[in-house]
Ligand binder design. Structure first.
Ligand SMILES: NC(=O)c1ccc[n+]([C@@H]2O[C@H](COP(=O)([O-])OP(=O)(O)OC[C@H]3O[C@@H](n4cnc5c(N)ncnc54)[C@H](OP(=O)(O)O)[C@@H]3O)[C@@H](O)[C@H]2O)c1
Length: 300
């Protein structure tokens, strides 16, 4: 099986390159090989390589920057996804794609199901929603995973920012009025690879059904809860002096105004994924502890 993977240098792409390796031959496409700001070039790429699967981990993820750069965000998150999906349809290629909790406005008091109405609050969310719709309209075989609060031991993310600040400052202020599920790229990549393997077996048996699934760790917290759990754990396992911050103050989102608005409730109901795939999603706290063990050992 030939699998083309885009966005190989991103948090998720990096982990997918490992998780997908046992499934077949990987074509690793960075932005030089597959530039998603140039959708018109992607047809020829897919026509030439004819992969059995395209896993699209590339995306324009700079949420605040997207407010002033909507054209590029749309090219990457919507127009290129449309081209990839239609090429996948032409070649009977399976498309695996990722979307976001930011397609919702966050006003719900309960976790969002896949069929809940979307109402993105920002350009990033709007362009990611347009990508979802393009895939559905293309008629290609697909798995789309909506996830949230992605982080990893490398890249730019909340965990690495908090660890850096906690090493420098005595006290931190963290937002406590946004709820979500911190999801390691590795958890996502492992679950995606197993789900893809199941999907390819279903396809071979003629019983595959495309779908959009919510896919995060189990449980939810706030950014403040996430930071507090992280610092407490890090204090116990990190080398002495590595965690300086003692107090983590809970503050409202209004204390940190951002260019793009964010949903208050990002909790996603994963029960559709759990019913379809016989896989176990870890709790966000256990997943965090594992990543911290790795990261802090590396830092030591
Ligand atoms: N991060 C989150 O909190 C979050 C939350 C919900 C959903 N998601 C979704 O999860 C997926 C993976 O996100 P991530 O956290 O891994 O993002 P990431 O670390 O920002 O990685 C994005 C990747 O896309 C690549 N890329 C950006 N513009 C490109 C272009 N024009 N052409 C080709 N490649 C391009 C980047 O390339 P370079 O490395 O060269 O810049 C990078 O490899 C995305 O679909 C994202 O929308 C993420």
């Amino acid at each position: 099986m030939k699998i083309a993977l885009t966005g190989v240098r991103g948090q998720l792409g990096w982990e997918l390159a490992r998780s997908l390796a046992p499934l077949g031959e990987l074509l690793l496409w960075d932005r030089v090989m597959a530039d998603l700001t140039r959708p018109a070039t992607l047809d020829a790429l897919v026509d030439h390589h004819k992969p059995d699967v395209i896993v699209n981990a590339a995306a324009y993820t700079a949420v605040d920057k997207a407010e002033d750069d909507a054209v590029t965000a749309r090219l990457v998150n919507a127009d290129s996804v449309d081209v990839l999906a239609r090429a996948a349809r032409r070649h009977s290629t399976m498309l695996v794609h990722y979307s976001t909790d930011y397609v919702f406005d966050g006003a719900s008091s309960t976790p969002y199901r896949e069929d809940a109405p979307t109402a993105p609050l920002n350009v990033y969310g709007q362009t990611k929603r347009a990508g979802e719709l393009a895939i559905a309209a293309s008629g290609c075989d697909h798995l789309v995973f909506r996830t949230s609060w992605v982080y990893a031991t490398r890249g730019a993310n909340f965990m690495l920012t908090m660890l850096r600040l906690a090493a420098k400052l005595d006290a931190l202020k963290v937002v406590d009025d946004q709820t979500g599920a911190p999801t390691p790229a590795r958890v996502l990549s492992n679950l995606s690879a197993h789900a893809l393997a199941q999907a390819m077996r279903e396809r071979a048996e003629g019983r595959f059904e495309s779908g959009l699934f919510h896919l995060t760790t189990e449980g939810t917290t706030s950014w403040h809860g996430y930071a507090s759990a992280m610092i407490e754990y890090a204090r116990n396992v990190a080398p002495a002096g590595r965690v300086r911050a003692g107090h983590i103050e809970a503050v409202p989102s209004s204390a940190y105004p951002t260019r793009a608005a964010r949903p208050r409730n990002s909790a996603l109901d994963n029960s559709k994924f759990d019913r379809r795939f016989t896989l176990v999603r870890p709790h966000w706290w256990d997943a965090l502890a594992q990543l911290l063990d790795e990261r802090l050992e590396y830092d030591a």
